[in-house]
Design a protein around this ligand. Structure first.
Ligand SMILES: Nc1ncnc2c1ncn2[C@@H]1O[C@H](COP(=O)(O)OP(=O)(O)O)[C@@H](O)[C@H]1O
Ligand SMILES: [Mg+2]
Length: 264
């Protein structure tokens, strides 16, 4: 079991977008994934090509009310930040048991700092999505020194909306790489296919299976899979549906070859 917190101190950087695609990438590696959003208004259903009016069931709702897309159980709990026993609650639901392939990704809106910080006590991984914009870069020292940010030993950065054709974006990204060092998990390029897929109500892997953003997201999910494995989380790769979309096959292949190269 693994708990992954997706939270950034800056809204609109693509936290939900990364959370949704991380879920898909981990399912491709054999994980059993639940995504929980704690936002009141959240575009999570859109990233799964669900109708915008879709109401996600509560975390506590029974299985027959579940909204499941590609094997990913999508849940919502707006009051989670006011729930003093949230950790106990997800423990009771079996989410904190060691040694199985269940993964819960909690997508926390930027304003819920206290809640995100409290989750760091039980999470295996925290992904903080930033962009190469000055307002994000200027936040990093305060974020990393932990004073009013959300940052822990398991926190990693994802650089999103990288535009390598723009000098400022390129330079800012280089600066961020220097600041974050090994804490930078990966980058996702700015890609018009992302909003286009949303506008077409299609998942990105169907609308633009070879898009730059999707390629980057598959790599990020791969890097997360490797980190979780190092933490002792074992996915059931025999359950991977390799007949699914190409990118899932690619993720499974990359994971397999990463395993083989570690064995060699
Ligand atoms: N790499 C990208 N390229 C293009 N658009 C992106 C990219 N990442 C995110 N977006 C778009 O940015 C918007 C905000 O993303 P979202 O995940 O809702 O942000 P947050 O959860 O941080 O508030 C969405 O419309 C999303 O589709
Ligand atoms: Mg969001």
């Amino acid at each position: 079991m693994a708990l992954i917190v997706c939270h950034s101190p800056k809204g609109g950087t693509g936290t939900t977008f990364v959370a949704a695609h991380l879920a898909q990438g981990l399912v491709a590696q054999g994980a059993e994934v639940t995504v929980l959003t704690t936002a009141t208004f959240d575009p999570l259903p859109l990233h799964f090509a669900l109708p915008p009016a879709t109401r996600l069931p509560s975390l506590l709702a029974p299985a027959d009310q579940a909204v499941v897309v590609n094997g990913i159980d999508l849940r919502k709990m707006t009051r989670a930040e006011h729930e003093p026993d949230f950790a106990a609650m997800i423990g009771d639901l079996g989410f904190l048991e060691a040694g199985n392939e269940r993964v819960m990704i909690v997508d926390v809106p930027s304003g819920q700092l206290g809640f995100a910080r409290s989750l760091l006590e039980i999470a295996q991984l925290h992904l903080c999505t930033l962009t190469a914009a000055p307002e994000c870069l200027s936040m990093i020292p305060r974020l990393i020194d932990g004073e009013d940010g959300v940052w822990g030993a398991q926190s990693m950065l994802v650089l999103n909306r990288l535009d390598e054709t723009r000098r400022l974006s390129r330079h800012s990204a280089a600066f961020l790489r220097e600041l974050a060092g090994s804490r930078l998990l990966g980058r996702v390029r700015l890609d018009e296919a992302v909003p286009e897929a949303g506008a077409m109500l299609q998942p990105l892997d169907r609308y633009a299976p070879t898009s730059a953003a999707l390629t980057d997201l598959v790599q990020i999910a791969q890097a997360v899979g490797v980190r979780l494995e190092a933490e002792g989380v074992a996915f059931d790769t025999s359950a991977v549906d390799t007949s699914a979309v190409d990118t899932r096959q690619a993720a499974a292949d990359v994971r397999q070859s990463a395993k083989q190269s570690r064995v060699a």
